[in-house]
Design a protein around this ligand. Structure first.
Ligand code: 13P
Length: 343
């Protein structure tokens, strides 16, 4: 069932390099069906298997997407779906040089013994599911852990439980030959300030890299998908994009080993333009030793959903909106984005 380790390590490293190559990033299109229902409801579209399929076909068939996007994260339902013409979505992507990936966690559940905290589930039978996704064409995987700040949270118990699960997941991915994206998301909900987010993100990343080492994960064949370090959404002390970029880089430099090839930020509820402006500021400071890119869901898709709004005759406008945001994020990835490029 497992491949010879020397073969899969090389190919996993190549996958990590391919998704971040020459200014590219990741389109996260892996919303679970309940999350997708919320996104579609916001543009007054019923969530059915067919509306989800046809929206995702618009995203994935966008002409020119491969110029800016190196990988797409799919959801379980989506990787089993096809274009109207019968081409599996994973093949539609790989034929154009975009690497297909797959969300493999099964979502968050309350963490026993830690009120108001959550742990990500999905380790049971994960090995078998990864083998199946590999056969369907996925080349990388994603697992998201969720940490909340406030009232003594996150507890050490929550940080350790989530980091341990991330490490078990990453080790299983590497056994099968899929490059694991390790995603510990410290949420931006709350009244905490920038320093508190930096302190918590640092503690979380320390624990994650400790657990990855204990589970024998080969860091060269992984990617990190962290939150940008931000003040909470109800914090009274605002921070400039420059301060946010400094705090984010300081936190990453203290915690993420140089062996990790790439760091791809999630957008986490920032507006499209905020996420792009902050990615730009981060890259203006220089990215060594990692590639510093994006793996945005909402910050890439929000304008696409608005343009489409369930009407397939708006396909061209929706695809233009996606290409525009992808192009702007590619500029930000080079530290070359300017606000006037938004128009
Ligand atoms: P957002 O960019 O919308 O946070 O989504 C990225 C993602 O994949 C969350 O797991």
């Amino acid at each position: 069932m497992t491949r010879p380790m020397n073969v899969s390590i090389t190919s996993m490293i190549r996958t990590a390099q391919a998704v971040t190559r020459e200014g590219r990033g990741i389109l996260a299109a892996d919303e679970s069906s309940p999350t997708m229902a919320k996104r579609l409801a916001a543009v007054r579209v019923d969530s059915t298997e067919e509306t989800r399929r046809s929206y995702r076909e618009i995203l994935l068939s966008t002409p020119g997407l491969e110029e800016f996007v190196g990988g797409v994260i799919l959801f379980d339902e989506t990787i089993r779906q096809q274009t109207r013409d019968g081409k599996p979505f994973a093949r539609l992507l790989s034929d154009r040089g975009i690497v297909p990936g797959i969300k493999v966690d099964l979502g968050i559940r309350p963490l026993a013994g830690s009120p108001d905290e959550v742990v990500t589930e999905g380790l049971d039978r994960l090995r078998e599911r990864l083998v199946e996704y590999d056969a369907m064409g996925a080349r990388f995987a994603k697992w998201r852990a969720v940490l909340r700040i406030g009232d003594g949270r996150p507890t050490t118990a929550c940080i350790e439980a989530n980091a341990h699960a991330l490490a078990r997941y990453a080790a299983l991915c590497q056994e099968v030959g899929l490059t694991p994206i390790v995603e510990p998301e410290v949420l931006m909900d709350g009244a905490h300030d920038l320093d508190e987010c930096a302190r918590v993100t640092e503690a979380v990343l320390h624990c994650v890299y400790d657990q990855l080492a204990r589970q024998h994960v080969i860091l060269e064949a992984t990617l990190l998908k962290p939150n940008i370090v931000l003040p909470g959404t109800t914090c009274r002390t605002p921070a400039s994009d420059e301060e946010i970029a400094d705090a984010t880089l300081t936190t990453l430099r203290r915690t993420v080993p140089a062996a990790v090839p790439g760091i791809l930020f999630l957008s986490g509820g920032q507006s499209d333009q905020e996420a792009t402006a902050r990615l730009d500021q981060i890259n203006r400071r220089g990215h060594e030793p990692w590639e510093l890119s994006y793996s945005f869901g909402r910050a890439l898709q929000a304008p696409v959903l608005r343009a489409w709004a369930g009407d397939n005759s708006h396909r061209t406008a929706a695809q233009a909106a996606l290409l525009h945001r992808a192009r702007l994020n590619a500029a930000a990835r080079a530290g070359a984005w300017l606000p006037e490029m938004e128009d």
